[in-house]
Ligand binder design. Sequence first.
Ligand code: KG4
Ligand code: ZN
Length: 346
Amino acid sequence: MIILGIETSCDETAAAVIENGTKILSNVIASSAEMHAKSGGVIPEQAARQQIKSIIPVINEALRISRKPSKSIDAIAVTIGPGLVGSLLVGIETAKTLAYLWKKPIIPVNHLVAHIYANWLTGEPKFPILALVVSGGHTDLVLIRNHGKLQWLGGTRDDAAGEAFDKCARLLSLPYPGGPSISNEAKKYLTSNISRQPLNMFPRPLIDEENFDWSFSGLKTAVLREVSSQSMNNRVPRNQLSIPLFAAEVQEAIVDSLVEKTVKAIKKIKPKSFLLAGGVAANSRLREKFLDKIKSEKLSVIFHVPEPKYCTDNATYIAICAYFNFKKTDWPEISANSELTIMGQL
Ligand code: KG4
Ligand code: ZN
């Protein structure tokens, strides 16, 4: 079974060819992140225009690298949401056109559920699965009893974890995307010899509450307040503030909140596997803290996390998700849904 996956939900244009579920024959990504770095964030109209230019070359390249001619593709999997509507339409309309030309079925894919399937590249996770999806626009904790059987346990009440990284980076004048920028600055602090002090400058809202919810919107206000008060009270010019320290504090606040609440869920639900997914799962401190906590608390759960390059947006997991949830859908039923939730259509 050979599936061509197509992903265009945000600023990436990606295509991948996957054989029998998890064997990657090709994985091509064209990103307009550099263009968006100049404007400090994604401008939807510009992202979609760039994707219209890139989509055919990216698919051609994915087919060429895979050495599979179009006639050996069995199905086309495409992200239908959530995401930027103009961007989603580029992928969906291209998938429909190719499906018509090649006479192949289309499998519509939920981008958030698909993120979780990047973990099948690390081996086959055992059900029941607890999965934490932390991306640029979403933070969701779900229990998965089998393919297609999801139960939502909790999520963010306001900003997503990735959004918190991105917005705080902006306040610290660090480049877009904020997650990798904060992580790199934080590493400078964490590896320096002054990093002995506890990292607790910023609050961890809801951390002691008996639910599986998060709130990250207060973090940016706290960062703004601390930056202003330090530069005023200590008379440190803003450009001489310790950005690595602030970055480490921001990262620690987000990571601690995610780890504490999720570990509570692991203890309560006792899943066989715990899967971390989404762009923020590429964060090395988050990966390290989950590993440490699972070990130190002797939790009997198998921890999966994809290689960092498969955490951020790409088309491999779109095709993998489609393979495990194959459901041929009629064309008129396939349309972009920018507001799709993790509990929406697979
Ligand atoms: O899943 P993703 O690539 O796209 C969405 O579906 O949103 O996630 C993008 C998010 C951005 O907010 C980005 O800043 C964050 O993932 N991110 C990271 C890291 N790499 C990407 N956050 C923290 N640390 C990282 N290393
Ligand atoms: Zn994503």
